[in-house]
Design a protein around this ligand. Structure first.
Ligand SMILES: [Zn+2]
Length: 386
């Protein structure tokens, strides 16, 4: 994400087309192979109307879906991926009602151990395996949405992947909870070494860790709404601004959603980003208020109700993040929960995109607080559904 003094209109469709996110024919390459064509026929036979825009999926948990091996792009050597061990976190099957900040932090530690996870890297491939194994073990349906983007290194096309976890797929009214799962290629705001490796514990890791824990509470979430988790790729597949575009995955996702005719709809979405800062402070973000004021106020109200004071009901600056494509292209009212002063407002956002974005500057308590608010808000949505 990045910050501007005012709300900047999102990229035009023309620019989107150039990067092949949103190109009518090039959007999902897998469709062009005969095997995949066959899989698509299968999918349509099984009436997965709800997956109309999640083409190129890879699902194991649903018996209705055949495993669809996505062709190896060359970016992620298969033997390398197969050597990976399953997640080393103990996966609890319990449905404890309270969001567990410590367990969430454990996921964050695992993710940081992988190392940097920029788009189309081995680190990202490992993290993808981790996410898939974790959510399938706790009963979520896993899908991936593949798209093509230009590598900022080589200028060549590479495959990127949004990952989607679906809970209660039969529910047609749905809520989206999302984050980005890529990390910036370099710690480019690091004054001493802007080419240093970037771990992205807070910027990238925290959203994934929060959703890993939140997943434990989804099967028991009774009510009208089904929930989808989406992990966006290419949020910051950037080595040179403004040449390299941001929000590739969320743009692609939003375009596919707005083009498809699913038999369900997202009523709203919540994005979490940079939510593990030890010194947590979450003011209201400007674009969230602009596009989704009701939703944003609802969430900060829930925080007040359950006593999480770090959700400060004061308006902050406008931040450009994955919520823009969701609001502007998909027309899904989307709120961004983000602490964009890492470590704190006094010091400023000086850890952002530097080597200081590491596990030691994050905390279980912060993850626990944000997770508790998101979960309490979801529960309230179910109770008060009209
Ligand atoms: Zn970032």
């Amino acid at each position: 994400m990045e910050m501007r003094g005012s709300q900047i209109p999102f990229a035009s469709n023309k620019r989107v087309t150039r990067m092949r996110v949103g190109e009518p024919n090039g959007c999902i390459r897998i469709v062009s192979s005969p095997i995949c064509f066959f899989v698509l026929i299968l999918l349509s036979l099984f009436c997965i109307g709800s997956d109309a825009f999640a083409l190129g999926t890879q699902g194991q948990s649903s018996n209705r879906l055949q495993q669809t091996p996505v062709e190896n792009s060359g970016q992620f050597p298969l033997q390398e991926a197969n050597k990976l061990k399953p997640p080393i976190r103990l996966i609890s099957q319990d449905q404890k009602s309270a969001f567990d900040g410590n367990r969430s932090f454990g996921y964050l530690a695992d993710i940081c151990k992988i190392g940097p996870r920029p788009s189309a890297s081995k680190g990202m491939a490992k993290q993808k395996k981790y996410i898939q194994a974790h959510f399938e073990a706790i009963g979520g349906q896993f899908f991936q949405q593949e798209f093509i983007a230009k590598s900022p290194y080589s200028g060549k096309n590479v495959k990127l992947h949004n990952l989607l976890i679906r809970w209660h797929p039969e529910r047609t009214r749905r809520i989206l909870i999302c984050c980005h799962h890529d990390t910036r290629p370099f710690a480019d705001a690091d004054k001493r070494n802007p080419r240093a490796k970037f771990i992205g514990a807070n910027d990238g890791g925290s959203g994934v860790a929060l959703l890993c824990e939140l997943g434990h509470h989804m099967k028991s979430l009774n009510g009208e709404f089904g929930v989808d988790f989406v992990f966006f790729d290419g949020e910051e597949f950037v080595i040179q601004r403004p040449r390299d575009r941001m929000f590739l995955g969320s743009t692609f996702f939003a375009e596919q959603y707005s083009r498809g005719v699913p038999n369900w709809r997202y009523e709203c979405a919540v994005l979490v980003d940079m939510v593990a800062d030890k010194d947590l402070q979450l003011p209201l973000e400007g674009n969230s208020l602009h596009f989704a004021r009701g939703l944003t106020e609802e969430i900060w109200d829930v925080a007040r109700e359950i006593g999480v004071r770090e959700f400060v009901p004061e308006e902050f600056k406008f931040i450009r993040d994955d919520h823009l494509p969701l609001n502007e292209i998909a027309k899904i009212p989307t709120c961004d929960i983000i602490d964009f002063n890492f470590p704190n407002p006094t010091a400023g956002n000086i850890y952002w995109h530097t080597r200081e974005d590491k596990l030691e500057n994050c905390s279980a308590e912060s993850l626990g607080k944000v997770g508790a608010v998101v979960l309490a808000w979801l529960q309230k949505k179910q109770r008060t559904a009209k």
